[in-house]
Design a protein around this ligand. Sequence first.
Ligand code: NAD
Length: 501
Amino acid sequence: MFDNGHQYIAGELRTGTGDRDVEIVNPATGAVLATPDLASAADVDAAVRAARDGYATWSRVTPAERSDAMHAFAAELRTRSEDLARAETLQTGKPIRMSRDFDIAGSIDNVAFFAGTARHLPGLASGEYSGEHTSTIRREPIGVVGSIAPWNYPLQMAAWKVLPAIAAGNTIVLKAAEITPYTALMFAEAATTAGIPAGVINVLTGTGPVAGEALVGHRDVSMVSFTGSTAVGTRVGAIAAGAAKRVHLELGGKAPLVVFDDADLDAAIHGAVAGSCINTGQDCTAATRAIVHESLYDAFCDGVADIMASMRLGDPHDDDTDLGPLSSQRHLERVRTHVEKAKANGATVRSGSLPRGAEYAEGSFFPPTLVTGIDRDAAIMHDEVFGPVLAAVPFGSDDEALEIANDTPYGLAASAWTRDLNRANRASREIQAGCVWINDHIPIISEMPHGGYKQSGFGKDMSAYSFEEYTQVKHVMVENTAVPRKDWHRIVFADRSGETS
Ligand code: NAD
């Protein structure tokens, strides 16, 4: 794949001029798929120049023309959806059902949503607020956006960054995660085929320290949007802040799933497994901390462990596979270390099975895992594991449950399970997170925002809120009286024209 290079600049694939020291690996088998030509700082510069050139025209076409091009883009992606799903599964190891029905379908819906949003520029009504001027609001694009994406949802994260930016008339340079660039490159190619002009969407394959930092610090990049870990996000934020650039950060998470004593237990058990194992747990909103009323705790844990034990791990291209591998051996080691540490500290660990077969010996598989027998201060209740691992603790009172739910520096998402309307309202009000689900965990929708509280970052993806973030608001004030000497001037200097000396 991508024999012509891994850099999509000005509407064509190019070979990067950086090092070749990263391997793209099929995480299910360990087979090396490519050793890509990585982007150097010079490639970043070329991509930013292409985006700057593209901006001159794209920022001036009418919203309707941008919208039409994006509708054509959505249609083009639909024709390529099976290829996109297979490529996503190949590079990430996520099950093909997930790629087809969540990643690709969701991304295409996003394109269609932002095609509509492009024509809707909200603002205050024009008016004569001062009495002597007409005030109007212009909502304008910002310029070239530099964006950095993680490896867990390569296409969706690209879509969440690219679409609101271009819908608003910006152009973009997206740095894909170096181990999963394929679907972002395919996305950019489809945009060009659909008629989105060259230079509007540029995609680089490169490492964070080289291409990422060159992009964030580039003088012609006016805004930075980043999705990834809190550690890297704070560094990216600091570089951008140094040049007073607008920044949008979508960072880590440690979502609680609170099960009150009146919850539908069966729904909570199934929701907890789906919510913790989605994308092999490599989801920033995944349920990671089950906080369960003591009266339901044992039954909840048994139910979760039973379903986890029945989940099938194996070939991610097989429709029957429930759980694929983690994204890399390096990440597998990280997840394993978190669970081993919990075990060494006395936790009880119940795991499902690993796939059988010699072909998986080098795969990065980790079984779905439930961790119990811990207290709320255990490291596994606080550290972001980013694997199919659910830690569960019991609680006694509602106050205690909500306190544990908020006992984290993160605040991306949470869920509360209850049939009581007042409890549901209290949980949605008091849990400090950008999204609170009631009696579900995970669903997202193009019309509604996704984004963090606390150290999960700031700024929203999807929805009209993200569109607004990629625009800037200008107030234009037109003087209407044509009186040369304005009354307000007397605040600054006295009118002495009538004085005699
Ligand atoms: P990461 O922070 O290691 O890498 C993210 C991206 O940043 C990659 O493209 C990487 O190359 C780049 N990068 C690394 N160092 C950089 C630097 N010094 N300068 C500029 N760019 C740099 O994260 P990851 O391991 O790829 O992804 C997992 C993390 O992403 C988790 O913490 C997860 O919670 C988070 N995430 C958050 C959201 C959200 O919406 N909040 C969504 C998906 C993933």
